[in-house]
Design a binder for this molecule. Structure first.
Ligand code: E4P
Length: 218
C-alpha cells in the first residue's frame, strides 16, 4: 500500500518524506487555504515547492466545474511539474474531463467519490486514481470502509488499472483496515502516520533495555 500525505503544509510533507515511507501528496482547496496561500501565482509556486520535496504524485485540484475550464486548468497545473496529478471532482463534466485528460496522457485523481457507481464511472473514464472519502462517510453514519471494500472488489473483477486511493482517512485503524482490504493508496494527515509508531510496550521495553544497558557500563 502506498502512503500519501494529505496536507499542503511543507514542514509536514518534509517530515513525512524524511521518514522514508512517503509515496506522494494529496491537496485540496481547503488544505491550500489552511496554509494562508493567496492568489494563482502563489498557489502554483506552492505546488512546485511540494513537488520539489517528494519523488512523485502530487495531487492538485481544479476549481472550475465546466468542461473547458477544468481542461484548461488541468493542463496548466500539469505544466507545473511532471509529478502533478490533476484532481477532478466527480460531476458529469468531470467524467468528460477525465476521459479527455487521460486520453491526452495526463494523470488524474477523481475526487469526492462517495458511491461505487461514481468509482465505476471514474474508472471507465480512465482516471489514474479514484478517491473515495472514508471519514466523511463515517461522519454521516455511513460505512466508509465498506465502500472501499466494494470498490476494490469491483475493480478486481474487471482488472481496471485505476488505483483506489482511500481518502479522508482519519485514524490509524482506517489505515490498517485499508491495508487489510488491499487498497492501492491511502492518504492521511501526518499524525495518522506517526500514530502508527506508538505502543506503550515499545516505550516500556526500550526504557528497560536502555536501563539494563546502563547497568553493564556502571
Ligand atoms: C484528499 O484527497 C481529500 O481531499 C481529503 O482526504 C479529505 O479529507 P477530509 O475529509 O479529512 O477533509
Amino acid at each position: 500500500m502506498k502512503f500519501f500525505i494529505d496536507t499542503a503544509n511543507l514542514a509536514e510533507i518534509q517530515e513525512a518524506h524524511a521518514l522514508g515511507i512517503l509515496d506522494g501528496v494529496t491537496t485540496n482547496p481547503s488544505l491550500i487555504a489552511k496554509e494562508g496561500i493567496h492568489g494563482e501565482e502563489a498557489i502554483r509556486n506552492h505546488y512546485k515547492a511540494i513537488c520539489d520535496i517528494v519523488h512523485d504524485n502530487v495531487s492538485a485540484e481544479v476549481i472550475a466545474t465546466d468542461l473547458k475550464g477544468m481542461i484548461k486548468e488541468a493542463e496548466e497545473l500539469a505544466k507545473i511539474d511532471d509529478k502533478i496529478v490533476v484532481k477532478i471532482p466527480m460531476i458529469q463534466e468531470g467524467v468528460k474531463a477525465i476521459k479527455y485528460l487521460s486520453s491526452e496522457g495526463l494523470n488524474t485523481n477523481c475526487t469526492l467519490v462517495f458511491t461505487a457507481g461514481q468509482a465505476l464511472l471514474a474508472a471507465k473514464a480512465g482516471a489514474t486514481y479514484v478517491s473515495p472519502f472514508i471519514g466523511r462517510l463515517d461522519d454521516v453514519a455511513s460505512d466508509g470502509l465498506a465502500l472501499i471494500e466494494q470498490i476494490v472488489h469491483i475493480f478486481h473483477q474487471y482488472n481496471f488499472t485505476t488505483a483506489v486511493l482511500a481518502a479522508s482517512v482519519r485514524h490509524p485503524m482506517h489505515l490498517i483496515q485499508c491495508a487489510e482490504i488491499g487498497v492501492d493508496v491511502a492518504t492521511c494527515p501526518l499524525k495518522v502516520i506517526t500514530d502508527l509508531l506508538h505502543h506503550p510496550l515499545t516505550d516500556k521495553g526500550l526504557a528497560k533495555f536502555l536501563s539494563d544497558h546502563k547497568g553493564t557500563h556502571a
